[in-house]
Design a protein around this ligand. Structure first.
Ligand code: NAP
Length: 490
């Protein structure tokens, strides 16, 4: 259960989508389950014109009582939660605005030590303004008293290694590394957290987990919709920075890292950094970029027809990258990672393909032996499937690859928490293992920074693919070049 000390959570940018749809509902879910201390308050801060009552009405639109079903308890919990929510209108770069916020906090909390979380639910262009104004206002506890302050920031953390380093350095003038929680919300997903358990709590996988038994790994992230409302942001970043450099690389590092010495934040992150440093910087030859055009029916328009996107934009909405790890465990194993918008389906999954069984005991086609495959589906419908060979029942000898299937919803009769619930609880409890450390971020940027610069300097044009399709054909060619074939082709 939560700590008993007073807790003030400040959501900066509280009028925005992330705050309203993810962060505040996740805090409500923690509140309903008793994970917040009794003396907690939530403060929204943004430029938009609300008073606390208007802010509460806005919050109420997105609260659901999945942990406290039943009309009466839902209404009670909602009312109790909302009574602890307050709003302070202000400017992000103004320390006076944060002093106003401080005044509001003191009115609610009275004297005595209060732990504080500052959640930056704002565009990255204002991160530094807020951090500096917070520093100038004296609102950040420095850890020399009986209280702490923590800051939570969302990706994107810079645009490349250099801008990321600058952001880290400047933020650290106000918030030390120990106070900083860099969120990649993929790490809060149940099944992503399960990757370590799957690998290190089951004897059967680890001995096979290397080039000796694994032929290739494919990590795929696909969305059936285009960029939607977020074109302004997306056109400044593109799919490599938006999805690959963070979500997919994080999944890859959990899949491929060595066993940490201990299950604690420092050791886990050390193991991830070691793996990230062993990934060779991506080369242009091993990268395919695409951009969606109009759908074949003409009903969905192209990326460049989206509002705020320049008609000559070269920003990729799809990328496929072949990553190589330079260590003894993974040398020669291709990691094909793929992310795209406006594709034919919504899916995020990992396919681990094993080598074929050596020697052919059954020679004919009927009894063809296919390689094993472990499929981890992150979304939708979390599942783990092991594809294994079996004899098809009958008098003749026929083999078929069939699924050993674990579907989360039916295997665990429990509510699967939202990623933000888990991550926010970790921030409150000071558990840092699911957050990105500064050196981890630097190592992740080192994989992609050179190729991003080459692409931008060379004005590399992305291959157009129709909205709702499988993506660019060049990605299949890249996969073939690295030994993917037949039904194994991504
Ligand atoms: N939405 C998501 O699911 C999601 C997922 C992953 C990461 N993120 C990251 O989380 C952060 C917040 O996301 P979001 O979708 O909530 O963003 P958002 O709605 O664009 O912005 C949040 C709030 O910031 C203020 N704001 C917007 N543009 C601004 C500008 N140019 N200058 C100063 N203030 C501005 C607005 O509040 P006021 O006008 O009231 O001040 C807005 O309500 C971003 O860094 C984003 O990249 C979001």
């Amino acid at each position: 259960m939560g700590e008993e000390k007073k807790l003030g959570i400040v959501v900066v940018g509280a009028s925005g989508d992330l705050a309203q749809k993810k962060v505040i509902p996740a805090l409500f879910a923690l509140f309903c389950q008793g994970y917040l201390p009794p003396d907690f308050h939530l403060y929204g801060m943004a430029r938009s014109d609300f008073d606390s009552e208007g802010f509460r009405r806005k919050i109420a639109e997105n609260l659901t009582c999945r942990y406290t079903p039943g009309e009466a308890s839902c209404a009670d919990r909602t009312e109790a939660f909302l009574s602890r929510c307050h709003y302070c209108q202000g400017q992000y770069s103004s320390s006076d605005s944060f002093l106003d916020l401080f005044q509001l906090m003191r009115e609610q909390e009275g004297d005595g030590p209060v732990n504080r979380i500052f959640y930056m639910a704002i565009p990255p262009t204002v991160f530094l303004d807020v951090a500096r104004a917070l520093g100038d206002s004296g609102l950040v506890a420095c850890g020399d008293r009986d209280e702490w302050s923590r800051i939570v920031i969302e990706k994107p953390f810079g645009r490349d290694r250099e801008t990321s380093d600058i952001l880290i350095r400047e933020m650290q003038k106000v918030f030390s590394e120990d106070m900083t929680y860099r969120i990649d919300h993929y790490l809060g997903k149940e099944i992503v957290q399960n990757l370590m358990v799957l690998r290190f709590a089951n004897l059967i996988f680890e001995p096979l987990w290397s080039r000796a038994y694994i032929r290739s790994i494919h990590i795929r992230w696909a969305e059936p919709v285009g960029v939607g409302q977020r074109t302004g942001y997306f056109n400044g970043f593109g799919i490599i920075r938006d999805v690959m450099q963070n979500h997919l690389l994080q999944i890859m590092s959990l899949l491929a890292m060595d066993r940490p010495v201990k299950f604690d934040a420092r050791e886990i992150r050390d193991a991830k950094v070691q793996l990230l440093k062993a990934i060779r910087p991506l080369s242009l030859d091993d990268l395919v970029v695409g951009q969606y055009g109009a759908s074949e029916s003409g009903r969905q328009s192209s990326y460049v027809a989206e509002p705020m996107v320049p008609s000559d934009s070269l920003v990729p909405t799809y990328a496929a990258a072949l990553l190589k790890i330079n260590n003894s465990r993974w040398d020669g194993v291709p990691f094909f990672i793929e992310a795209g918008k406006a594709l034919e389906e919504r899916i995020n999954e990992v396919r681990i393909r094993f080598h074929e069984v050596p020697g052919h005991l059954w020679g004919d086609q009927q009894a063809r032996v296919e390689a094993n495959e472990l499929v981890i589906r992150i979304q939708p419908d979390e599942a783990i499937t092991l594809k294994i060979m079996n004899k098809v029942p009958g008098l003749d000898l026929k083999l078929a690859r069939t699924d050993l299937n674990l579907r989360y919803q039916s295997a665990f009769n429990a509510l699967i928490p939202e990623a933000y619930e888990c991550l926010l609880l970790d921030v409150i409890q000071g558990d840092r293992n699911l957050f990105i450390r500064a050196d981890e971020l630097a190592a992740a940027w080192d994989v992609f920074t050179p190729v991003l610069h080459q692409m931008e300097a060379g004005k590399i044009a992305p291959e157009l693919y129709p909205y709702g399709s499988r993506g660019p054909e060049a990605a299949r060619q890249l996969a073939r070049r690295y030994g993917f074939f037949g039904s194994d082709l991504p």
